[in-house]
Design a binder for this molecule. Structure first.
Ligand SMILES: Cc1cc2nc3c(=O)[nH]c(=O)nc-3n(C[C@H](O)[C@H](O)[C@H](O)COP(=O)(O)OP(=O)(O)OC[C@H]3O[C@@H](n4cnc5c(N)ncnc54)[C@H](O)[C@@H]3O)c2cc1C
Length: 382
């Protein structure tokens, strides 16, 4: 810390104000704890995301007083999968979900967090130190923040992962995500996943009838093309559904948003004593449509334990860290594994085609697979 630096203290510091960080901040502030959340970007902002949220989070959001209905989300109950050749299979979604843009959702949660008493500051955390049972974070605006506990909710990948020497950061990851909004004729109640060589593209509605097209692709497939539009024409366009969609849809963004180096490697839910939440603890393959629900669910798990820590039900840091690691793994390990298997099957158009034929013969299996990649509705032990 620089001697003249302004320092702020809190019970809990949260790094990152996406779904995980914001939800945890609301939960903890409502429990009477002093929470400072540090987010590097201003709200609202668009993010690369399929924007389909599983309904499993609704009981918990409602417990926190977050009324998602105010955003008028699309209500989604059907799932359609297509192969590159345009063969399809459809299923109802066992729990269903809602479609809402991250632009609206994160902003809405940030407003709810402020109302709950969370001190949200726009600053990038540059450095994290842990000494004598106290964390000190320093930010881009040269301020310092201290607390007993820190939640790491800074998403898939950050320079902080390098500073914390997290192993996944050293491994190259070939995945690229692309997303844009469109005005298009697309059913409100459907989420479609269209396969193409080297990836898949999700289509679904968000609020105001806008359609989100978001795809994940292997960088190897992408790099042979000069830009996104030629890639979409030549690779995504081989799937007749995507060809039709992109030919008729009107883009609402100047250009699509992209993110690279998306890693699905294993991460530790507690690292350097930081309680990791959302994608910072582990990212499920997007085709499962469950990353946002997992981010919100992990916020619930960590918040409940932190409250026990402050009320003395959890006696010390070691127990807090051990219990969080255990509960995180119990809740999410099998979904992450199913996601990895589904991803490896869908990454080959040939296998996807065989898979689709088998699923057509046994239609009850698809809802079962979907269930495996989702959780149950989040019961709240108030
Ligand atoms: C292509 C793609 C499609 C997807 N589609 C879906 C889908 O349809 N449904 C679904 O449920 N999930 C989907 N996901 C997953 C979902 O987007 C994530 O799981 C979810 O965003 C996780 O939320 P989070 O709060 O953990 O992270 P984020 O939403 O990424 O939030 C992290 C925040 O931390 C901030 N931050 C980062 N570093 C710092 C720092 N040093 N200091 C301060 N702030 C910092 C960032 O600005 C960001 O706001 C998809 C993912 C991808 C890649």
């Amino acid at each position: 810390m620089i001697p003249s630096q302004q320092t702020y203290d809190a019970d809990i510091l949260i790094i990152g104000g996406g779904l995980a960080g914001l939800t945890a901040s609301i939960h903890l502030a409502k429990a009477g704890l002093r929470v400072i959340l540090l987010e590097k970007h201003a709200y609202p902002q668009h993010k690369v995301c399929g924007e389909y949220v599983s309904n499993e989070v609704l009981p918990y959001l409602s417990y926190l007083g977050i009324a998602v209905d105010e955003l008028a989300p699309a209500r989604i109950h059907r799932f359609l999968l297509s192969t590159v050749a345009g063969k399809t299979i459809e299923s109802t979604l066992p729990l269903g979900g809602f479609g809402v843009s991250r632009y609206a959702f994160d902003h809405f949660l940030a407003n709810n967090a402020r109302l709950a008493g969370v001190d949200i500051r726009q600053a990038e955390v540059m450095n994290v130190q842990f000494e004598t049972e106290t964390f000190t974070l320093t930010t881009s605006d040269e301020k310092a923040y201290t607390s007993k506990l820190v939640i790491g909710a800074y998403g898939k990948r950050s320079h902080l992962d390098k500073q914390l020497k997290r192993i996944f950061f050293l491994q190259e990851s070939p995945w690229l995500g692309v997303k844009a909004h469109y005005q298009a004729d697309f059913p409100t109640d459907l989420v479609a996943l269209h396969n193409f060589e080297g990836g898949y593209c999700g289509l679904s509605q968000v609020e105001n009838g806008v359609v989100n097209a978001c795809y994940l692709t292997n960088y190897r497939s992408f790099k042979a093309f000069k830009n996104i539009s030629t890639f979409q024409q030549n690779v995504l366009g081989k799937n007749p559904f995507l060809s039709d969609f992109f030919a008729k849809a009107t883009p609402l963004f100047d250009k699509p948003l992209t993110i690279s180096q998306i890693s699905f490697s294993r991460k530790k839910p507690v690292d350097n004593h930081i309680l990791m939440c959302g994608d910072t603890a582990g990212l499920i393959h997007p085709l499962c449509g469950n990353g946002m629900a997992m981010a919100i669910h992990s916020a619930k798990l960590v918040s409940e334990l932190i409250i026990h820590f402050f009320t003395g039900k959890i006696a010390n840091r070691l127990l807090l860290e051990t219990q969080y690691t255990h509960i995180w793994s119990t809740e999410f390990k099998s979904r992450l594994l199913t996601g990895r298997i589904a991803q490896s099957l869908l990454s080959s158009p040939g296998i996807t085609s065989i898979l689709l034929k088998s699923l057509q013969l046994t239609p009850r299996v698809l809802p079962l697979i979907i269930r495996q990649t989702h959780g149950k509705p989040l019961v709240v032990n108030a």
